[in-house]
Ligand binder design. Structure first.
Ligand code: KIV
Length: 291
């Protein structure tokens, strides 16, 4: 199979110029990364949302840099075409410029991602400028910034008042000037997102920010319907994998209990081996990394 051409920050800029929308999804492991990549996602974000959907926390706050780096390595192994972004977790860049530089460098070096994302506006402009100067592409993230969950008083739509609206516009412009190559706009009114998108030359990627952005991002577990009980308004479900997995597991459990699994065809015999140990192809265990 021919290796597809990797999506780069330049590809994303060109997409905006051509009016082609960007499709971004979160990914946390190699198998999902391969599936999402082959499905055509342009960007895979190893988001700190993994704290909620993988680790089972109520917020993204407990996630560590080492955990993001670990998941980045897996995603990079699974993605052949997509641009892979590693999320800078809570308190990995807020304390000082030096801390932010060191930790973003660590994520690029040990995680193997192609860019980092950090939450917050103008307050991080100097860090963004320095990272870009060091050769680290930075994706910004404004609006609802989940790492400020307690400061914001919960997961709430931002920018509804005139002051908040102006702050979003100012933050977006400042981050672009500082060198950010793209901007996530999370949970803000659609008309503000459209205005920000028109004001910037870098692409905007919306989540709960309406259709006027240059691209969209969703948490893959949400759009695949892994959790029946979680369906916020901005999520569209494209599958009901949670229910399908439960159904499959139910059938497996029944087959184990009634003795119909494994069958003879799913078992080994001495005769087949002709004296030599039966060879089991690695591909029989996993399709990731064997092609
Ligand atoms: O952590 C994450 O998954 C994110 C996206 C929802 C944008 O930041």
């Amino acid at each position: 199979m021919q290796t597809p051409r990797r999506v780069t920050i330049q590809t994303l800029r060109q997409k905006k110029e051509r009016g082609e929308r960007i499709a971004m999804l979160t990914a946390y492991d190699a198998t999902f990364a391969r599936l999402l990549d082959e499905g055509g996602a342009d960007v895979l974000l190893v988001g700190d949302s993994l704290g909620m959907v993988i680790q089972g926390h109520d917020t993204t706050l407990p996630v560590t840099l080492e955990e993001i780096a670990y998941h980045c390595r897996a995603v990079v192994r699974g993605a052949r075409r997509a641009h892979v972004v590693g999320d800078m977790p809570f308190m990995s860049y807020q304390a000082s410029l030096e801390q932010g530089m060191t930790n973003a460098g660590m994520l690029m070096k040990t995680g193997g991602c192609h860019a980092v994302k950090l939450e917050g506006g103008a307050v991080h402009a100097e860090l963004v400028h320095k990272l870009v100067g060091a050769g680290i592409p930075v994706m910004g993230h404004i609006g609802l910034t989940p790492q400020s969950f307690h400061q914001l008083g919960g997961f709430k739509v931002q920018g509804r008042d005139p002051g908040g609206r102006q702050r979003l516009l100012d933050d977006a412009r400042t981050l672009e000037e500082a060198g950010a190559y793209a901007l996530v706009l999370e949970a803000i009114p659609a008309d503000i997102a459209r205005e920000i998108t028109a004001a910037l030359t870098i692409p905007t990627i919306g989540i709960g920010a309406g259709v006027g952005c240059d691209g969209q991002v969703l948490v893959s577990y949400d759009m695949l319907g892994m959790d029946e009980s979680f369906k916020p308004r901005f999520v569209r479900r494209y599958a009901t994998l949670g229910a399908q997995i439960q159904e499959a597991v139910g059938k497996y459990v029944a087959d184990v209990q009634n003795g119909s699994f494994p069958s003879d065809a799913e078992s080994f015999t001495v005769a087949e081996s002709k004296g030599a140990p039966a060879a089991i192809e690695p591909a029989a265990y996993s399709s990731v990394g064997t092609k």
